[in-house]
Each structure stands twice: as structure tokens, then as C-alpha cells.
Design a binder for this molecule. Structure first.
Ligand SMILES: C[S@@+](CC[C@H](N)C(=O)[O-])C[C@H]1O[C@@H](n2cnc3c(N)ncnc32)[C@H](O)[C@@H]1O
Length: 196
């Protein structure tokens, strides 16, 4: 599980059904910013040295496979110049980002993307947990990449309200993004946004 440095005991975790995600290759005409790109480093595995992987956790970045340029940075405060990237990705990262910062993260990604480029998000629909004894929601996941399959698990604190596609589309539109496409399988979804 990502962020395994603070794992609650098993009885305090709400375990969801296993999830499955098929990650297809995509084109970007220049560098790709991957936010929360530590851990399994899935986007780095897919796009290699085209990726700049940022994460607030040095440990998670060290754990990710080599290939991308890895930088400790907060996605809510990107230190890149405007219009630096030809694409951006967030692979199961938003569920980890403090709700108060999520709008700022969308605004920042919009700022550093070149016009005409895409922001791709893979996420899970999460709902608040009634049982206050539960400190985390976790799920096993099978990730299918063109060249390999990864079995892992992700976990995060329960959200303050429902994090569904509508929640993310609303934040994206506030930042200026246009929704291009989405796909959903089980509780997992893929959202493709573009900067006009
Ligand atoms: C579930 S992991 C993402 C999985 C990862 N993309 C992969 O391929 O395995 C969530 C990551 O988001 C990072 N994170 C949380 N808040 C962040 C922020 N504000 N900026 C950048 N990274 C953040 C965490 O440190 C953690 O490594």
C-alpha cells in the first residue's frame, strides 16, 4: 500500500473490493508532469524519462522505479514556469491530497500545461465512512500496463464528502479545463481533461 509509513491497524481500515485498471499508452509532445508519482511509479513505468515525477514524500519517490526525473514538490505549489509541460497525470493521487488543496492543485496544473495539452486522472470513487473507528480506506488493485501487470494496494484517509467524477470535473472546470473523455470500471475511473 502506498504511504505505508503510517498504516493504521487492520481493524481501523475499511477494505474495499479489489479494483482493476487498464492503463493505455498515450502520446505527449514533450515532458509529462506526474503528480504523486512515487510508490509504484506507474506513469514513470509507462512513459520513462519523458516523465517528471513529483511527490511530497522523498521515501515514495525513492521507492519508485528509475526513469523519470524525480523531484520532491507539493502539487499545490509547483515551482515550474507557466506552460512548461506537454501533459500531466495523476494516478491515484487526488484521494491523498488534502481536500482544502485540491482546487489549488488543479489551478497549478492548468498553469504549467501548454495550451492544447491534456491532464489525465485515474482515481477511485470514495465516500465518507460512517464507522468513525475506521481511519483509512484501502483497496487491492490490479494495474494492467501494455508491457506488464502490477498487483498492489492503495489506501487513504476517508474523504469529508463524496469524491466522484462530478467532484473532480467541477474542480477541473473551475480551473479552466475542458472535460474530453471519461471511463469507469467498478469504482475506478479515468478522466481526460484538456487545456484549451
Ligand atoms: C496512492 S499514492 C499514488 C500512487 C502512485 N502514482 C503510483 O504510481 O503508485 C499517492 C501519493 O501522493 C503523494 N502526495 C500526497 N499529497 C501530495 C501533494 N500535495 N503533492 C504531491 N504529491 C502528493 C503521496 O506522498 C503519495 O506518494
Amino acid at each position: 500500500m502506498s504511504d505505508h509509513h503510517n498504516i493504521p491497524t487492520e481493524d481501523k481500515i475499511l477494505m474495499l473490493d479489489p479494483q482493476y485498471v487498464n492503463v493505455k499508452d498515450f502520446e505527449a509532445d514533450g515532458p509529462i508532469l506526474d503528480i504523486g508519482g512515487g510508490g509504484e511509479g506507474v506513469i514513470g513505468k509507462l512513459k520513462g524519462d519523458q516523465v517528471v515525477a513529483i511527490d511530497t514524500s522523498l521515501e515514495e519517490l525513492k521507492e519508485a522505479p528509475p526513469g523519470p526525473l524525480k523531484v520532491v514538490m507539493d502539487a499545490a505549489n509547483l515551482t515550474f514556469l507557466d506552460e512548461s509541460f506537454a501533459g500531466a497525470t495523476a494516478f491515484f493521487t487526488f484521494m491523498f491530497i488534502d481536500p482544502q488543496n485540491q482546487q489549488q492543485v488543479f489551478n497549478e496544473i492548468f498553469r504549467v500545461l501548454k495550451p492544447g495539452s491534456k491532464f489525465r486522472i485515474w482515481e477511485i470513487v470514495l465516500e465518507p465512512v460512517e464507522d468513525k473507528n475506521k481511519q483509512a480506506i484501502a483497496f487491492p488493485i490490479m494495474i494492467k500496463l501494455p508491457q506488464e501487470e502490477i498487483r498492489t494496494g492503495y489506501g487513504a484517509p476517508p474523504p469529508p464528502h463524496k469524491y466522484d467524477i462530478r467532484h473532480y470535473v467541477s474542480l477541473a472546470q473551475n480551473a479552466g479545463f475542458r472535460g474530453d473523455d471519461y471511463d469507469k470500471e467498478g469504482q475506478v475511473f479515468y478522466l481526460e481533461l484538456s487545456k484549451p
